[in-house]
Unconditional design. Structure first.
Ligand SMILES: NC(=O)c1ccc[n+]([C@@H]2O[C@H](COP(=O)([O-])OP(=O)(O)OC[C@H]3O[C@@H](n4cnc5c(N)ncnc54)[C@H](OP(=O)(O)O)[C@@H]3O)[C@@H](O)[C@H]2O)c1
Length: 280
């Protein structure tokens, strides 16, 4: 079993999906803690802007790339390890969220979601584990969500990918512990970002990306496997998922007002994608 906790003196941090939202706030927070942080996303300009905004004492290193491309992630990892130094912390956070309505489903919404959220994480995980295993230590945190605990309205694609990420992390932990690589799962509640701008129901206990980043940093220093916040909300979600299904569906319908909503018209999903092009 490993208790390894990454520290700026030991090497670099890598944050994927760092051009906005939680990843961006986390990269800035880690820099404040003294880490040199490699930031990755598809949008080079946003990453450069982030680099200019950061005030140290650590520094931001921009290495853009698309997590859906395994060779791109191999290239980023090789650049980190051979040009900048050992990577001791990886926070795999790059995601998309496409709300899905059961009455207006599109295959591509599922395919794109799994390509980025699940396979994209695997594309980062493989080279990260290989380098850390060779060194005998490292820390990797995979960002999932409370939507991975159980089904919620509009979460069929994103929630399914988050559930898969939780299961994947639990399964891998058994082996990675022995290899000296500490694996954690991050399950936030609602955080005010481009992702939640698309949500169509009330979002209790909504927090800022900066608060989320603080909670993640605390969790990375702890010994726990799961980093979840704000607990008043995420623990309530955990408890809800222990209930019999009849009661679970009744309570979620009531809390979201979902049952009384009209069905969406055909093409709704296309409209959502047009209104939120940054999602894809
Ligand atoms: N916001 C919430 O309420 C909430 C709640 C629970 C969990 N989460 C989780 O927190 C994480 C971040 O969410 P967020 O709300 O901060 O979202 P966000 O602001 O939309 O950020 C998503 C990031 O992922 C990057 N990304 C998307 N596709 C990519 C690709 N193919 N390759 C590389 N990077 C890609 C985006 O950058 P580019 O577009 O520049 O590539 C962006 O930096 C996600 O894992 C999400 O599931 C969020």
């Amino acid at each position: 079993m490993t208790d390894f906790v990454a520290h700026p003196e030991l090497g670099l941090a890598w944050v994927t999906g760092a051009s906005s939202g939680i990843g961006r706030a986390l990269a800035l927070r880690l820099v404040k803690d003294g880490f040199n942080v490699v930031v990755t996303s598809r949008d080079h300009q946003k990453l450069v802007k982030l680099q200019h905004e950061s005030t140290g004492p650590g520094k931001i290193i921009v290495l853009d790339g698309d997590v859906t491309d395994p060779s791109d992630m191999e290239r980023v990892l090789a650049a980190i390890e051979y040009e900048y130094g050992s990577m001791v912390l990886a926070v795999l956070n790059a995601r998309i969220h496409i709300p899905v309505h059961g009455e207006d489903m599109h295959r591509e919404d599922f395919e794109m979601t799994f390509a980025v959220n699940l396979n994209g994480t695997v594309n980062c995980l493989l080279p990260a584990v290989r380098h850390m295993k060779a060194r005998g230590h490292g820390q990797i945190a995979i960002v999932s969500s409370v939507t991975g605990y159980g089904g919620l309205p509009t979460s069929a694609a994103c929630g399914a990918s988050n559930a898969a990420l939780i299961n994947m992390a639990e399964s891998l932990k058994f082996d990675l512990d022995k290899a000296g690589v500490r694996l954690q799962i991050i399950s936030p509640g609602f955080v005010k970002t481009a992702t939640t701008a698309k949500d169509e129901f009330p979002m209790p206990a909504l927090i800022s990306p900066e608060v989320a980043a603080d909670r993640i940093v605390q969790g990375l220093k702890s010994r726990g496997f799961e980093i979840t916040f704000p607990r008043r909300f995420t623990w309530a979600m955990k408890l809800l998922n222990l209930l019999p299904y009849g009661l679970y569906f009744w309570l979620i319908n009531r809390a979201t007002g979902w049952k009384t909503r009209p069905l969406v018209t055909e093409g709704h999903a296309v409209d959502v994608r047009k209104r939120h092009p940054q999602a894809v």
